[in-house]
Design a protein around this ligand. Sequence first.
Ligand code: UD1
Length: 432
Amino acid sequence: MDAIRILGGVPLTGEITIGGAKNAALPLMAATLLTDQPLTLINMPELVDITTMSNLLRQHGARIDQSALAPGSVEAGPTGRSMTLTTDKVTSVTAPYDLVRRMRAGFFVLGPLLARTGEAKVSLPGGCAIGTRGVDLHLKALETLGAKITVKEGYVYATVTGGRFKGANVTFPKVTVGGTENLLMAAVLADGDTTLENAAREPEIGNLAECLNAMGAKITGIGSGTLKITGVKTLHGARVAVIPDRIETGTYAIAAAITRGRIVLKGTRYELLEAVFDSMRRAGVSVEVTSDGIVVSAQGQLTGVDMATEPYPGFPTDLQAQWMALMATASGAGMIAETIFENRFMHVPELRRMGADVNVHGASAIVRGPSKLSGAPVMATDLRASSSLILAGLAADGETLVNRIYHLDRGYERLEEKLGACGARIERIVGH
Ligand code: UD1
């Protein structure tokens, strides 16, 4: 398995172009199952999770053509990559364990498969080990629209009476991003009207809803916690841009701050990450929006600030681990309350081995600083924990070896190259 070696202590300076959002691209790809016409997605990221989703969709009958155009062109977005997915016919309604276990987003095929064909057999998902992460809310909501569901031998078996969902009112007892996305893709082809209350408001949901509307769906309330969907008979093809990755944006913003450097973030948008930029400013980091991009810089001592993860527009849980690394280098105490996942402090023992002073009390952690971080061999446990250890390594004295980085390639494209271009001494060791 690959490892990443970092020689820390270099203030990073330069520019980084942010790619398309993984968590937007995955449900957008699943939307191909809703139509027999081509769906073209531009500004696609190149990541292991995208390959896994492509393999899953291919075995449902999708044809996938990828093309590369000039990066930054209007036709292709900042990444230069586009993907056209066409599912003339759904050839299999089974999403097998071997593919869905690699990535929780594989479960997104359930709603669209049921909407298009009236039946599906989908493995219960895998993904990062950051909590129990049930799918009960997806299943209950789909039942409200008329699905008959049984779970046995690790699979969800579902059918829709009469082959078509019936519009209904769904109130999610808890905000769920994936649940909202699965339900949107189910409700667009339902008979009648559906209302989703307490829906997730993440920008990736907006991206999916806009895409579905471009395909002929009728969704209103986009960006709010109440989505109203009037079902239509069929959907058609569309051409849609994937929004910039706000987690990648935040990770590189923290890279600038933790190394007391200056990085210009290009191809991304400030409003996707306001809560994080607000917290960074309170800690003493400079964040400026210029015509060139978002300029993030820091010098000298930063101050510890308190933060709680929350559904959008709050501070994203996917940046909590990276934020903790930054707080270790700040002066004073910073409290971190994790309100989304119950087991998302697995990076703490590894950060401690690098010299961070972190105490966990239930779902909260207190970080006391400033700590002089020192390089160490560490183990990556999940996707965002991996990037937290890399950030700590960039700030630490000496050599950090981050082992088991396979999760990193699920969510960060060419990370070593992007950081290396800003002066980081970072390399991948293949097959370490
Ligand atoms: C998505 C993101 C993930 C991010 C998370 C929260 C994708 C592919 N992944 O994950 O990166 O960390 O949103 O912003 O977009 N829950 C249940 N039952 C359910 C569904 C969820 O108990 O049926 C719980 C989860 O365990 C968790 C919370 O609800 O505690 C939120 O999960 P959810 O918003 O659904 O996250 P994902 O869609 O899995």
